[in-house]
Design a protein around this ligand. Structure first.
Ligand SMILES: NC(=O)c1ccc[n+]([C@@H]2O[C@H](COP(=O)([O-])OP(=O)(O)OC[C@H]3O[C@@H](n4cnc5c(N)ncnc54)[C@H](O)[C@@H]3O)[C@@H](O)[C@H]2O)c1
Length: 372
């Protein structure tokens, strides 16, 4: 994906001054074994390099095999990280990576999606030996939803719900980068198109607002009555998904939930509908139904065309996180804030983790505000 990886990495470092400052303020990390389960793209590299330079040992796994950039993993391994992650690794290999990361005996976790904590939790329930984790960090809404259903065995600090994470990255960057990737991938714009955004969390709010800014007519489908009301107050028509799929030109899922776009929805869509997902899991859309019942072609990179009952549906990036799989995701300047907060969060779990009770906490303000 990168024309000149080293040049782009140097450019990323240059435009991430907050990250550099937060890394410089970290304590000596000798003795810290940090297992990171994250998107492994170029923008993550300045942080991981910085952690290694501070003496931290790092094990890298991915929260999504479709977003791994192999150049980035190779570079970080060269710098001293251990990794079990590659682009489009199979689900079996992906699952093994969680076991490998835990067998590596991490002392701390830095996660996007809670895969490692979930595996550790399952292992405890099966009576298997597990590493002693001092503390962890969780960066995503999907991860927080998973953690809410379990009692963690160590303190975990949620930083997805910080105003500097959800209010900036989730709200502003996902929509912008998703539509930018749409233009680059399809060579089409949103003019004259009816876009249905499913899910009106901070991500969906940004996806809807950006779509309007780029000329689309936008509707919102949301299950939660409070969020649906918020969408109405924001001026969006709130529609039932059952009806909206019949007239949508573009459908964007932004929920993090499973089975949102069902086989029945796919059957009801009109010819030429584009479907994209920006939520954490590809299973928001019933992709297996398309694979089993439709013929497939790839008219353009990342444009998966499925011919189903006399019509063609265009599933972008085959339902995986579109803005990160087919595009570059956040801008460097916006992700600099995210990464700096992550660095501050790592400092917090290293300094304070051992003094906290097990449980799920919001990362306290005094732990991250110096990132700004
Ligand atoms: N692509 C990216 O770069 C990126 C960046 C940040 C977050 N995310 C992911 O985006 C997803 C959304 O994040 P968020 O912070 O807005 O989450 P959120 O949980 O605040 O909002 C999700 C919304 O979806 C709604 N929803 C769930 N199932 C639904 C259904 N079947 N129909 C309609 N609405 C439904 C929920 O009621 C909720 O309001 C998460 O999976 C998150 O991890 C992606």
């Amino acid at each position: 994906m990168y024309q000149d990886f080293q040049a782009e990495l140097a450019w990323a470092r240059l435009h991430m001054p907050r990250t550099q400052k937060s890394i410089a303020a970290l304590p000596n990390l000798t003795g810290v074994r940090l297992a990171c389960n994250m998107h492994l793209d170029l923008k993550m590299a300045p942080l991981v390099e910085g952690l290694l330079s501070r003496g931290c040992e790092v094990f890298l796994t991915t929260c999504n095999p479709t977003t791994v950039q192999d150049d980035v993993v190779a570079h970080l391994v060269k710098k001293g990280a251990v990794a079990h992650a590659w682009r489009d690794m199979t689900n079996d290999d992906w699952s093994v990576s969680f076991d490998e990361a835990l067998a590596w005996q991490p002392t701390h976790l830095c996660e996007m999606g809670a895969d490692l904590t979930t595996r550790l939790h399952e292992n405890v329930q099966k009576g298997k030996a597990v590493p002693t984790i001092t503390a962890g960090l969780e960066a995503t809404g999907s991860g927080i939803n998973r953690l809410n259903g379990m009692t963690p065995h160590y303190p975990i600090f949620n930083w997805d719900d910080l105003p500097v994470k959800e209010g900036l990255h989730n709200r502003h960057m996902v929509g912008l980068s998703a539509w930018q990737t749409f233009f680059q991938t399809t060579h089409l714009t949103l003019h004259e198109k009816h876009v249905v955004v499913i899910g009106y969390g901070l991500v969906g709010q940004g996806v809807a607002a950006s779509a309007k800014a780029f000329g689309a007519q936008v509707s919102v489908a949301e299950l939660d009555p409070a969020r649906a009301l918020q969408a109405k107050y924001d001026g969006w028509p709130v529609v039932s998904l059952h009806n909206a799929v019949k007239t949508a030109d573009v459908i964007a899922t932004a929920t993090g939930a499973y089975g949102v776009v069902s086989a029945a929805h796919l059957d009801a869509m009109q010819d030429g509908t584009f479907i994209l997902n920006v939520g954490h899991v590809a299973q928001e859309i019933d992709v297996p139904y398309l694979k089993e019942n439709a013929s497939h072609s790839l008219p353009m990179p990342y444009v998966n065309a499925y011919s189903l009952n006399g019509k063609t549906l265009f599933l972008l990036a085959d339902g995986s996180m579109f803005n990160l799989t087919a595009g570059y995701g956040d801008s460097l300047n916006a992700f600099d804030v995210t990464l700096a907060v992550m660095a501050e969060g790592i400092g917090h779990i290293v300094k304070q983790g051992a003094h906290c009770e097990k449980g799920l906490y919001l990362l306290p303000e005094d732990a991250w505000k110096s990132a700004l």
